[in-house]
Design a protein around this ligand. Structure first.
Ligand SMILES: *Cc1c(COP(=O)(O)O)cnc(C)c1O
Length: 396
């Protein structure tokens, strides 16, 4: 009997939280906007510009529909990094210039680097920052959060889904709490959209960041949702032509905008079905590894977690060593932004792992284009590589 792993195309990509491949249905919509349709969406005095403007507005509607927003609440940016910067620094700048009352910003120690650094930067502007620890499960302690959000709090920034351990924070509860205390609620939802239900009304979100390339769309484009009622007031970070309702000057890239619009439309339409399928593949991988590898433990909460995410500590191995034995498997040993350095992940340390356990951890992120055969291939190769690394004599 032919093995179901016989015709696998290698390397197998299991790093869908670092980035996702472009969905061919997204590429198809993007292509004309690279060639014959080259107009500037701001130059609406002629047909070239008008058709580009129409395409941008169509995409804006697609993004809005995917998150329960209105089209005019969608601001296109260059990615979630820019969106997070704009939300956090923009809110602080507005407060400082126009009101200057609320001085505290609350976030989690396990947020994406761009959120942590944006919040950190506010300290120089006279803001008081709070970086709350999370539990062993990776989740925020709501009592602790409630204690941290006072009447002086301007902004609470908590991600919807963690990029390393995939845990889902209780954003609806956090949103309700922030609203009650009169603070803005920003959520980095780059990893959550298209994977778990996400609605800016249901979670009373004021500002929310998305990224194209985490949802099978193009790199170099993102979104900041900015609530209109009640209005979330932010100051722009760029000076210029006043595009995007003055919040983000600069000519939009219609191919990328069309791409993220289509990616959002697909994410919304296929989310439920895809979540079931990805969870099935993820569980197949977990059970296979439990059986074949042994000595593995899951990092982060098992239930409140993205359907495609596995982050596991493998006893007795160094993940960087392990990866060397796995040329046909694309896995991550930390978040994409930090994997260039050998520093262990602050997220894993943040949930209480020691350096050794963090260094023994790998992330496998299953995505839209993975197959059961690829999962079986990954199990085979991981089991073999772990046995090799565990069996290798210690380097002197
Ligand atoms: C990828 C990612 C970002 C950065 O997004 P870019 O579009 O690459 O700038 C921010 N936050 C989270 C949670 C991410 O996963």
């Amino acid at each position: 009997m032919a093995s179901r792993t016989a015709n696998i195309r290698t390397p197998v990509y299991l790093d869908n939280q670092a980035t996702t491949p472009l969905d061919p249905r997204v590429l198809e919509k993007m292509l004309p906007w690279f060639t014959e349709k080259f107009g500037n969406p701001n130059s609406t005095s002629h047909g070239f510009g008008r058709e580009a403007d129409e395409a941008v507005e169509h995409a804006r509607g697609q993004v809005a529909a995917a998150i329960g927003a209105e089209a005019r609440e969608i601001v296109f940016t260059s990615g979630a990094t820019e969106s997070n910067n704009l939300a956090i620094k923009g809110a602080a700048l507005f407060e400082k210039r126009h009101r200057d009352r609320r001085k505290r910003v609350v976030t989690l120690a396990t947020e994406h680097k761009c959120v942590l650094e944006s919040v950190r930067a506010l300290e120089d502007e006279g803001f008081e920052t709070v970086f709350l620890p999370v539990g062993r499960d990776g989740l925020v302690d709501m009592d602790r959060l409630a204690g941290a959000i006072d009447d002086n709090t301007l902004l609470v920034s908590v991600m919807a889904a963690n990029n390393e351990i995939g845990v889902l924070q209780p954003i609806a509860e956090i949103g309700a709490l922030a609203r009650e205390r009169g603070a803005l609620f920003h959520s980095d939802a780059a990893q959550a959209v298209g994977k778990v239900p996400l609605d800016v009304e249901a979670a009373t979100i004021d500002l929310m960041s998305l990224s194209g390339h985490k949802i099978y769309g193009p790199k170099g484009i993102g979104v900041l949702y900015v609530r209109r009622r009640p209005r979330a007031r932010i100051e722009p970070l760029f000076s210029g032509g006043g595009q995007e309702r003055t919040l983000r000057s600069g000519t939009l890239a219609p191919p990328l905008v069309v791409g993220i619009g289509q990616a959002c439309a697909l994410a919304a339409a296929e989310r439920e079905e895809e979540a079931v399928r990805l969870a099935g593949l993820r569980d197949r991988l977990w059970h296979g590894l439990e059986e074949r590898v042994g000595g593995i433990s899951l990092n982060g909460d098992a239930e409140r977690r993205l359907p495609g995410n596995l982050n596991i500590a493998i006893e007795g191995i160094d993940a960087l060593k392990l990866i060397e034995h796995l040329p046909d498997l694309a896995l991550s040993t930390g978040s994409a932004c930090t994997s260039a350095s050998v520093e262990t992940s602050y997220v894993l340390r943040g949930i209480g792992l020691d350096d050794k356990q963090a260094a023994a951890s790998v992330r496998a992120a299953v995505g839209r284009f993975n197959t059961p055969g690829e999962i079986d291939f990954a199990i085979d190769h991981l089991a073999e590589a772990v046995a090799q690394v565990r069996g290798a004599p210690k380097a002197s």
